[in-house]
Design a protein around this ligand. Structure first.
Ligand SMILES: [Zn+2]
Length: 409
């Protein structure tokens, strides 16, 4: 599924990252200043800068001639060129697609989302995406003529079983993958991964800042998934299934899960499961708005269902804590966003479960982002902008047939 990248490429990429980060942090710099601030040799810096200039990721903004007293050729000052390239982050959820657009200085300059039916097929989902991107361009005046890359998050592995082969999430048809479709449409390279991994990247980066530590992330949304940061690195596991918390059995018996088992955490703590839990106790909530209204008045059925979901999540997170001893546990997704009281139930359960090893108890935090964490993470992965990604395997599709971009100009 994934191809590990070579050590040489890894070192070079980490050097490119450091150069880009120095320019992002400190503004315009000469080659000599970049070498001094990154600790990379001048020869290597010149080589990297040449490549970045050629790809228009950076530009020469000025020389240091005016402030210079000595003799010799003035040094060029280099900077990221925000207009020089765009990056597209796409998060296909079960019921909506979210898009973020970033410029070359890594700032997100536009974002939005659009809903589709849960049983919508790929052509419909893609049509929703294309309309959304066109709307974003029209409303913001941003154009994608120098699109540098596309990061695409898709739901985890158990979704494909719900659709017939060739019509499911993973493939448009036997011969045409989602990567090929997007690469042709936009004429840029495509990086595809599990959207929860991308969300984990965003949240772990936010939670740990410049000193990446050990983080467990869980997302309680349309499904339940997660991500692990171990030793400061996002890990995907041997075939990309690390942190599939949603399919850990949380109760004996219980509801049938889409994966085929019963009693999975996802059947208790996903947003649809919480709504179904309320319905099973006689409280039919037809929409998220009705759910929010019930939360706002502390409806006893909602409180009870949310608390039970929190207990189940807390037990799984306590088990994860005893395996990995993370410094921070982050809980994201629609459920904590709309019903923050679940955090208390999770925290109380973890405290109880970890009482014999209290010093191991991690900091429990609610996610910093809501809705755009997946598309932001997709962009961060494209930039390779995070030290959390250094050991992370990747799979990229090279750009194809750029002529199809005319439909987009
Ligand atoms: Zn399951």
């Amino acid at each position: 599924m994934f191809e590990p990248i070579g050590v040489h490429a890894l070192v070079r990429r980490s050097h490119v990252d450091r150069v880009m980060r120095a320019l992002q942090r400190d503004g315009a710099l000469s080659r000599g200043e970049i070498a001094a601030r990154t600790g990379i040799s001048r020869t290597t810096v010149s080589d990297i800068v040449g490549g970045l200039l050629a790809s228009r990721s950076i530009v020469v903004v000025a020389t240091d001639a005016s402030g210079r007293t000595g003799s010799g050729r003035p040094a060029e000052l280099l900077a990221l060129d925000p207009a020089a390239g765009q990056f597209l982050g796409i998060d296909f959820g079960h019921r909506r697609v979210h898009v973020s657009i970033a410029d070359a200085s890594h700032d997100v300059i536009a974002s939005g989302s659009v809903a589709y039916a849960e049983d919508a097929r790929w052509p419909e989902r893609l049509a929703a995406l294309y309309a959304l991107v066109e709307d974003l361009q029209t409303s913001t005046g941003i154009h994608l003529e120098s699109l540098q890359g596309i990061g695409v998050g898709v739901p985890g592995p158990f979704v494909t079983a719900e659709w017939a082969p060739g019509e499911g999430w993973g493939r448009l048809s036997e011969s045409r993958s989602i990567e090929a479709e997007l690469s042709e449409r936009f004429g840029a390279r495509v990086l595809l991964d599990n959207n929860t991994q991308f969300a984990a990247l965003t949240e772990a980066q936010h939670a740990t800042g410049d000193e990446p530590g050990d983080v467990v992330y869980i997302r309680l949304g349309d499904g339940v998934g997660g991500g692990l940061v171990v030793g400061g690195r996002l890990v995907s596991g041997s075939i990309g299934l690390a942190a599939e918390f949603g399919h850990i059995r949380a109760t004996e018996g219980g509801r049938l899960c889409r994966c085929g088992k019963t009693g999975c955490l996802e059947t208790i703590a996903s947003m649809p499961a919480v709504l179904a839990g309320c319905a099973a106790r006689g409280l039919e909530l037809g929409s998220i708005e009705e759910f929010r209204a019930a939360v706002a008045v502390a409806h006893p059925i909602v409180d009870e269902v949310v608390r039970e979901a929190g207990v189940a999540v807390g037990r799984v997170l306590a088990a994860a804590t005893l395996m990995l001893n993370p410094a921070i546990v982050v809980v994201g997704g629609d459920v904590p966003h709309h019903a923050p009281a679940i955090m208390r139930a999770i925290g109380d359960t973890m405290t109880y479960e970890l009482s014999s090893t209290a010093p191991a108890a991690p900091q429990l935090r609610q996610a910093a982002y809501s809705g755009d964490e997946g598309s932001r993470g997709a962009i961060a992965a494209l930039f390779h902008a995070s030290p959390l990604l250094i050991d992370y395997p990747e799979r990229e599709t090279a750009p194809r047939a750029a002529d199809s971009r005319r439909s987009f100009a």
